[in-house]
Design a protein around this ligand. Structure first.
Ligand SMILES: Cc1cc2nc3c(=O)[nH]c(=O)nc-3n(C[C@H](O)[C@H](O)[C@H](O)COP(=O)(O)O)c2cc1C
Ligand code: SF4
Length: 640
């Protein structure tokens, strides 16, 4: 079992990358990451661990690695060995963690590490052309640091900027609303070695973009009022209120929140944990970004109420690496809450009510949104989903009972504490009480955040966001449901269309196969690789989608996609693999024409060219006569 860190916030990445320590832009030749001597690595790691102000904890491994990466733009091998020795873990474990997370690297990236968001909605807004343009102006090959080490330009999975895309991250910091002009200017800043701090501030402005508010976003609570309600009503009464409210998890699966908290509370242990899942990696989802930006106090209040109910002393906010730019303000909010007696020891004067929250930064791995993978990551390991049972409520973080909830769930809980169960019950449906935040993007006039009572129809939402001529809606992200126009009367709720909040709109002009390909690329990239159905099945399906795209697929390939997809759904170890083929399977059923229109004019086309593979043998034997070739008899077309 891993050792719990005492104080992650002590070593947190509080300084954003444009502060003084990032002012000097090193060049690749002088790049410290290249040839870091052992004594330099030792002194850096010593300082790092001293700043941790606690016994070195292997649970903080990922956080240490993020800091090393920020210092050297990679994790030099010498630091790996020193860190491994100090944490008493094998160096191979450290290397395996580095290799797991997309944002960590063993070799230096460019001084400006530029990552374009690769979501389909960014692509629909022209990100591909902008990516090509930037590479061209800067003379860089995608994904490869320029020879002088100045810059790397690459892709990354959805950055959660779909309402104001195309988006990118520069040294981890989000830049939105890209267009040709901005790309030219960014290239200029890079060539001039302008420190990020001096880039125009408005490039980094990320708007909340709230288009529709309902009870969650409108009804305000005073800081501390939910904690006061807990103290006044008592833990059991408040838990009952949450039970009566019918609150269900907003991360997608909709598990009853009070039940989860009760299971955790009823598990006998000496320590309990509260974890907020702010990984928000589902393509097309960005509502937690807004909640973290403008409703952080409510979130921390909800986590504190949960801690009071289950008896936790420690909480973690697992913040996706893509939201690094939100971290400083979140740390400030935590600090203010400590100063106001809303966190720390004896909260609001209650003897023994001790609770504090640390922020843990992710490093670019969608799978870490899956709760058990998230716990592994919090323990400083690779984000490989755990076998369940045991469930986190019984055996979670560091083996202790743990509640994990989505950002939106905790905020709802805080408000129920103040306004009561009926506040939530008044909105929504019998099985889905309250409202849902939707992140709307794609082909509509007004993308952004929309809060709706559960039970609202897709057609209503499309009308509100200014979508016309809609061909399809993708609800719940890449792993979700693809809706055809005849299903637009279906509604957003757990009994019909359950969703974590992603709502992507595609009009009639869109090539839906591009969406399928984008999602299939995404899942191939994001598979953690632990189990064969997802690792291999995802790659095979992706190859077949690509075969369809280039016009070489046949009917047999489509059947093969269905077989592989169904196997993945049944045999994958976790929800990622089980849902990865959804878009392929659903579009094969609901939009068969997008496939058949691209089929090769044969019922079978070999995926492997045996004749071409024999070319080297022919060369060696100096034969090129017809007998040295595999004869290929094209079959009769199965199509009329
Ligand atoms: C691949 C995968 C990714 C997930 N990503 C997230 C995420 O980013 N945020 C989230 O809250 N839940 C995510 N979940 C669901 C979590 O496992 C978990 O159910 C959720 O955090 C529980 O919180 P809730 O009950 O408040 O919804 C994901 C699940 C899977 C399988
Ligand atoms: S289904 Fe995919 S993501 Fe989940 S454990 Fe298997 S390989 Fe990893």
């Amino acid at each position: 079992m891993q050792e719990p860190p005492d104080s992650i916030q002590q070593i947190s990445l509080t300084a954003p990358p444009w502060t003084d320590d990032n002012e000097s832009i090193a060049t690749q030749e002088t790049h410290p990451g290249y040839a870091l001597q052992m004594h330099q690595a030792e002194s850096f790691i010593n300082e790092l661990l001293a700043r941790a102000d606690a016994r070195p904890a292997s649970g903080s491994l990922l956080q240490y690695l993020c800091l090393i990466q920020r210092q050297y733009s990679c994790i030099p091998e010498t630091t790996v060995h020193v860190l491994a020795e100090r944490l008493s873990i094998p160096a191979s474990q450290v290397f395996s963690v580095i290799d797991f997370y997309t944002f960590l690297h063993r070799t230096p990236r460019g001084d400006f590490d530029i990552l374009f968001s690769n979501n389909i909605t960014d692509r629909m807004l022209g990100s591909q052309a902008l990516f090509g343009r930037l590479c061209q102006i800067l003379h860089v090959e995608p994904g490869v640091p320029r020879a002088d080490g100045r810059v790397t330009v690459d892709w990354t999975s959805c950055t959660g900027l779909c309402d104001q895309g195309p988006g990118m991250l520069v040294n981890g910091i989000a830049v939105s609303s890209l267009d040709e002009k901005r790309i030219n200017e960014i290239a200029e800043q890079v060539e001039n070695k302008t420190p990020l701090k001096q880039w125009p501030a408005d490039w980094f402005e990320i708007k909340d973009n709230i288009q529709r508010r309902d009870i969650l976003l409108s009804d305000q609570i005073v800081n501390g009022s939910a904690i006061e309600a807990l103290i006044n009503k008592g833990a059991e009464n408040l838990l009952q209120a949450i039970e009566q409210s019918g609150l269900r998890g907003r991360g997608g699966a909709g598990f009853p929140t009070a039940k989860k908290w009760r299971f955790c509370r009823d598990t006998k242990a000496d320590d309990y944990y509260v974890v907020c899942n702010a990984d928000e990696g589902e393509p097309g989802t960005f509502k937690d970004r807004v909640l973290l930006n403008s409703y952080a106090d409510n979130l921390f209040e909800g986590m504190t109420v949960c801690a009071g109910i289950i008896g936790a002393k420690k909480g973690y906010l697992y913040l996706r690496g893509e939201y690094l730019y939100l971290r400083e303000a979140l740390e400030e909010t935590l600090q203010q809450r400590r100063q106001s007696g809303l966190l720390g020891n004896n909260i609001l004067g209650q003897e023994g009510f001790d609770f504090d929250i640390d922020i843990h930064l992710g490093a670019g791995a969608y799978i870490c949104g899956e709760e058990s993978a998230l716990l592994e990551s919090l323990e400083g390991k690779r984000g490989i989903p755990r076998k369940r049972p045991p469930y986190p409520v019984n055996q979670g973080l560091f083996g202790k009972p743990t509640v994990i909830n989505n950002v939106e769930t905790f905020i709802n809980a805080a408000k129920i504490a103040v306004f009561g169960a009926d506040w939530l019950r008044a909105a929504g449906t019998e099985q889905s009480a309250g409202t849902k935040l939707l992140s709307i993007s794609g082909d509509c006039e007004r993308p952004g955040i929309y809060e709706y009572p559960f039970g609202t129809s897709v057609s209503q939402i499309l009308a509100d966001c200014g979508a016309a001529d809609t061909q399809a809606v993708q609800v719940a992200g890449a792993a979700g449901t693809t809706l055809t126009a005849d299903a637009f009367e279906r509604s957003i709720c757990f009994e019909d269309l359950a969703t974590g909040g992603s709502f992507m709109v595609f009009n009639q002009q869109r090539e839906l196969l591009a969406m399928v390909k984008n999602f299939s690329d995404f899942f191939r990239h994001e598979s953690c690789g632990f189990c064969t159905p997802c690792r291999v099945g995802g790659a095979l399906i992706n190859d077949l989608v690509n075969k369809v795209m280039v016009g070489h697929a046949t009917q047999l390939d489509l059947e093969e996609m269905k077989n592989i997809g169904s196997l993945m759904q049944q045999a994958s170890h976790c929800g990622l693999g089980a849902t990865a083929p959804n878009a392929v399977l659903q579009t094969l059923e609901k939009f068969p024409d997008i496939y058949t229109a691209r089929l090769a004019n044969r019922s079978f086309e070999p995926a492997f060219d045996i004749d071409a593979a024999l070319a080297p043998s022919r060369k060696i034997t100096r034969r090129d006569d017809p007998g040295a070739h595999i004869a290929y008899e094209p079959e009769q077309s199965s199509k009329p």
